[in-house]
Design a protein around this ligand. Sequence first.
Ligand SMILES: Nc1ncnc2c1ncn2[C@@H]1O[C@H](COP(=O)(O)OP(=O)(O)O)[C@@H](O)[C@H]1O
Ligand SMILES: CC(=O)OP(=O)(O)O
Ligand SMILES: [Mg+2]
Length: 393
Amino acid sequence: MTDAVLVLNSGSSSIKFGLFDVAVAEPALLCKGLLDEHEAKPRLVVKGPTGEDLFETRKETPEAAGGHLFADVLAFIEDRFGGRSLRAVGHRIVHGGPDHSGPVVLTDDIIAKLEALTPLAPLHQPRCLAPVRTLAAIRPGLTQIACFDTAFHHGLAPPANRFAIPRRFQARGVRRYGFHGLSFEYVAGRLAEIAPELVAKRTIIAHLGNGASLCALRDGRSIDTTMGLTPLDGLVMGTRCGAIDPGVLLYLQQHENMPVAEVQHLLYHESGLIGVSGISADMRTLLASHEAAAHEAVDLFTFRAAQQVAMMATTLGGLDCLIFTGGIGEHAKEIRSAIGERLGWFGIRIDAAANETAREQISGADSTVDVFVIPTNEELMIARHCAAVLRAM
Ligand SMILES: Nc1ncnc2c1ncn2[C@@H]1O[C@H](COP(=O)(O)OP(=O)(O)O)[C@@H](O)[C@H]1O
Ligand SMILES: CC(=O)OP(=O)(O)O
Ligand SMILES: [Mg+2]
């Protein structure tokens, strides 16, 4: 047996992982799982490529977990796929800053520079980088590769990458970066397989998950996106506010006497769907609720999503193709149809029966825009990048 890469997709609440065989042209999934160090009883769950249970372990307390779950993952891999050498670990790193337009092999110097970007993604960057440090400690010498959410948007040009503040700040890196790039890159690749004639057309991908953003694509490349310097901007999210009048932040500090750390917590953890509903950050819970506040939160979500689709369409000079992805985009038919209805003036028609089953194309024959549901796969995208980096090494 030959080469494998372990992929870690560290999100704000848990770590998803996948082990891929990269000796073949297209990385093949060997096993996948979930590593949750933040539960009361941290757990590791490993499943086969088609979801069958392979392994599960729990620690009694978070203190007992302290990095041991990673050692358990490595031990499981050794045990089960013994002859297959683990060539590298690939990480989803949310912020790559101005320096990275593609994946990079991590060194101490690069890790320190990425840690310094924490203020620009406080919800994600520490969670993405902690496993890098843990793995470096328990398996020194193991190649670790960073794949950035920002890299896909590296080509963003003025005016799309600018803020209207004094230009000296642009030179210091205060500009729009954009995120969810691994997801957008994967979905753009799937579109090229499903409907190659649409790749050259004006396309928007809506990644609607716990975090949410839109990407405007021309010829498969990002030319605009709704997130900016940080993953706070743009759409309403599970716990994040999305685009907001910057005067609100000044007001909170000056008149509510909130220190910066409290404002940061409010915007990243207490806003969005959870803030407006007061009930939940989870779209499933809100859609099932009969409370008026839940309805209002969902209404604001689709209102702002439709507005920003129109904004991205303006960047593109029109719209030919709209793709839904992410946990909400793939699974919440009510959200897709509400956004579609709000964009009815634009000629978008979502077919009710197709929307119900959500198998690829969901627009009606009378729609001026082709609308699709395409499941994302950030782990596979990371595995592909790692395979390319390893081939070049
Ligand atoms: N069947 C469903 N119906 C509605 N929403 C769903 C469904 N399945 C998942 N979701 C929503 O998807 C969101 C999580 O998306 P996901 O892309 O998995 O997030 P992340 O990777 O950012 O943690 C949650 O709001 C969840 O409620
Ligand atoms: C960048 C971002 O918002 O990521 P996630 O959706 O995983 O929170
Ligand atoms: Mg995600």
